[in-house]
Design a protein around this ligand. Structure first.
Ligand SMILES: Nc1ncnc2c1ncn2[C@@H]1O[C@H](COP(=O)(O)OP(=O)(O)O)[C@@H](O)[C@H]1O
Ligand SMILES: [Mg+2]
Length: 342
């Protein structure tokens, strides 16, 4: 991991959405999509973020970039709080923070040639003139950077495969030399064979450019190779945060243990005897989260305290944070081998 210092600090960030209903269109509830999450991102680092669909990953990414106005909390970028910054200053910083999406096809304008798609941010931000040779050169350079033939700049999105479209999306995101990119499930929609190519490309780009990623995925296997550290989300909250290897080798939260047990291992012998902890049911609604620990309704280890008292997000070992009453040195938060949850 880079030792270049902290790029972003996310502190007690919340994003709640009102639920509007009834004939009068009044607020009848609140979806706590992101509910008090804290972590930092180092320069040039990849922080993986995993959790089931609906746990608040996209909302967290958007709230960090101020594409959703946070309900509470801070996002400190390079020493300045984005959540209280005036619009002018934020506009100056915007180019430094970009986003790429799961479905590049939905986000690439089908009527625009690649040249326009990739070069557009440079024109919008007034850095280069439309139709200039400088702009063409920069687009060619960006396409080469993502492993594409610069001649493709005259083609349209429908002429490309999913993996190539994702490369175009990455080229566009890189056009303004960002130092942070929220990657919202960028490989989830791609064929398995293509996923590794895109991950490798993103890793190479990070090495060359020093860009930091918040890399979102819904399962651990997708973030395993690219992440330096991993944050595990459940129902709008962070359950666990640790260095990648610690999270895989010594997961302390029962939820992480269950996600980890679903990741296949390459060795067929180990794979055959591997214990799987499959959780029952779906996660509860973030509009009506359980009392105490939000995970208690699905946790195989729930005790009375978990139902009553919300556990704190706390550092158990240096750099290893867990939100679980049972997590301690003695391993009380480990799901016993013989337990069968399926
Ligand atoms: N714009 C919105 N308005 C209201 N509710 C939303 C909005 N965006 C997301 N949500 C709700 O917030 C929760 C988290 O959603 P999301 O961040 O998309 O989760 P994920 O990306 O992990 O699948 C979900 O319950 C979702 O329905
Ligand atoms: Mg999402």
């Amino acid at each position: 991991m880079s030792e270049n210092g902290t790029l972003l600090q996310v502190a007690n960030l919340r994003k709640h959405f009102p639920i509007i209903g009834g004939m009068l269109g009044r607020q009848i509830g609140t979806v706590k999509a992101v509910d008090d999450i804290s972590f930092d991102i180092q320069r040039g680092e990849t922080l993986g973020m995993v959790g089931e669909s609906g746990c608040g990953k996209s909302t967290a990414g958007r709230a960090i970039l101020q594409l959703h106005k946070p309900t509470a909390g801070q996002v400190i970028y390079d020493g300045a709080d984005l959540t209280t910054m005036n619009a002018e200053v934020l506009r100056v910083l915007r180019p430094k923070m970009q986003m790429i999406f799961q479905d590049p096809y939905a986000t690439l304008n089908p009527r625009h040639p690649v040249k326009k798609i990739v070069g557009e941010p440079l024109v919008i931000h007034g850095m280069m003139k439309k139709g200039s040779a400088e702009l063409s050169d920069r687009v060619a350079e960006l396409l080469e950077l993502v492993g594409m033939d610069p001649a493709y700049m005259r083609r349209f999105p429908h002429e490309f495969s999913g993996g190539q479209r994702q490369r175009i999306g990455i080229a566009r995101a890189l056009s303004l030399n960002p130092d942070f990119i929220v990657c919202d499930e960028p490989i989830s929609a791609l064929d398995v064979s293509i996923q590794a190519q895109v991950v490798n490309l993103m890793q190479d780009l990070q090495e060359q450019l020093g860009v930091a990623y918040l890399f979102i995925a819904h399962d651990l296997s997708m973030v395993k190779h690219i992440s330096h550290r991993i944050v595990v989300m459940y129902l709008g909250k962070v359950m666990e945060l640790a260095e990648r290897n610690t999270l895989f080798d010594d997961p302390l939260h029962p939820y992480t243990q269950s996600l980890n047990s679903a990741v296949p291992v390459p060795d067929p012998k180990t794979e055959r005897i591997r214990k799987r902890f499959i959780l029952k049911g779906d996660p509860p609604s973030p509009a009506n989260p359980p009392s105490g620990c939000v995970f208690h309704t699905r946790c195989p280890l729930t005790v009375e305290r978990c139902i009553r008292v919300e556990p704190e997000f706390r550092e158990i070992q240096a750099g290893h944070f867990v939100t679980c009453h049972l997590a301690d040195e003695s391993g009380s938060s480990k799901i016993p081998e013989q337990s069968d949850l399926s």
